[in-house]
Design a protein around this ligand. Structure first.
Ligand SMILES: C[S@@+](CC[C@H](N)C(=O)[O-])C[C@H]1O[C@@H](n2cnc3c(N)ncnc32)[C@H](O)[C@@H]1O
Length: 283
């Protein structure tokens, strides 16, 4: 199957309600574009030929936090259940990914795509090579291209996350844009295989500290330092733990470890909940 063949029409509660209420122009790619659907007695025919019964649309009309796709006369949720439960969740913009109920992106006050663009803006990407340590749904990688990066190496640990990304229209660039090189693996290990001083920028957007402690360790910071060129910049999402006190402690710990490795100008950016810093130029 060609890459393009993988993209399926996607239905959300909002789209289901719209069709049931008589709307014919709807988005089947989570808001990126609109198409016209054909309605017959008790079913709707989507432009690529799949047919969805009104009974199925009624079933999903109340399911706000899920995305569905039609296959073989039935609707399936975009989700994977194995050791963990992965689910695509619609937002006002790009969808987020929930893993065991925890959202991988900010969805309050900002959409995941806008947040990714802000992270890259704060990092100050202007062309050059970018390492994206935690690909997720590929929003930071694609945002880096949007800010002029010539090449992005993007690393993702979880094959399940990438399978979800494969059906997410907002992740297309991750698979289709030749400037993005996607690697499946543990960033903690993969970084050792990347060339020293190769990247102008590193965007480090890990899960929260309790879920990925090693990605907040001094050892990992040293690995990011090694692959950055002199004068290269790092953005590190640190998040905002429950209490203010814990947030300050976390940021202090991150800043101290970054400083011990040799990073300079560690600055916290509250709007993106992360720090930027620089690898010094050799004097
Ligand atoms: C907050 S999300 C990243 C969001 C991403 N930047 C985006 O734009 O969609 C964190 C991601 O890191 C992945 N991850 C966790 N541990 C990792 C590791 N050791 N190496 C690489 N990726 C990891 C998770 O599977 C998850 O997809």
């Amino acid at each position: 199957m060609s890459r393009k063949g993988r993209w399926r029409p996607l239905l959300t509660s909002e789209v289901a309600r719209r069709i049931l209420e008589g709307g014919r122009r709807v988005s089947l790619d989570l808001g990126l574009s609109r198409v016209t659907v054909d309605v017959e007695a008790d079913r709707v025919v989507l432009p690529e030929g799949s047919v969805v019964r009104f009974a199925d649309l009624r079933r999903i009309a109340d399911r706000e936090n899920a995305v569905f796709f039609p296959e073989d006369d039935a609707l399936y949720m975009v989700a994977i259940s194995d050791e963990h439960f992965y689910k695509l969740v619609p937002t006002e913009g790009a969808p987020t990914l929930e893993v065991d109920g925890i959202r991988m992106h900010r969805t309050k006050e900002v959409t995941p795509d806008a947040d990714a663009r802000k992270k890259i803006m704060v990092l100050g990407v202007r062309g050059g090579r970018v390492l994206d340590t935690c690909a997720g749904l590929g929003y930071t990688a694609q945002a880096a291209l949007g800010w002029g990066a010539g090449l992005v190496v993007s690393v993702e640990l979880s094959p399940e996350v990438l399978r979800i990304a494969e059906v997410n229209p907002w992740s297309r660039g991750l698979f289709e844009d030749r400037r993005i090189h996607l690697l499946l693996g543990d960033a903690y290990i993969v970084l050792d295989a990347l060339p020293r001083g190769f990247f102008n920028y590193v965007v480090h957007d890990p899960p929260r500290l309790p879920l990925a402690g090693r990605l907040y360790s001094q050892e990992f910071y040293a690995k990011m330092f090694r692959v950055l060129r002199d004068g290269g910049r790092l953005f590190h999402y640190t998040g905002e733990p429950g209490s203010r006190r814990r947030g300050i402690d976390l940021r202090r710990g991150v800043a101290r470890r970054l400083g011990q490795i040799g990073f300079e100008n560690v600055i916290y950016h509250p709007e993106v909940r992360g720090v930027t810093c620089e690898k010094p130029r050799r004097r």
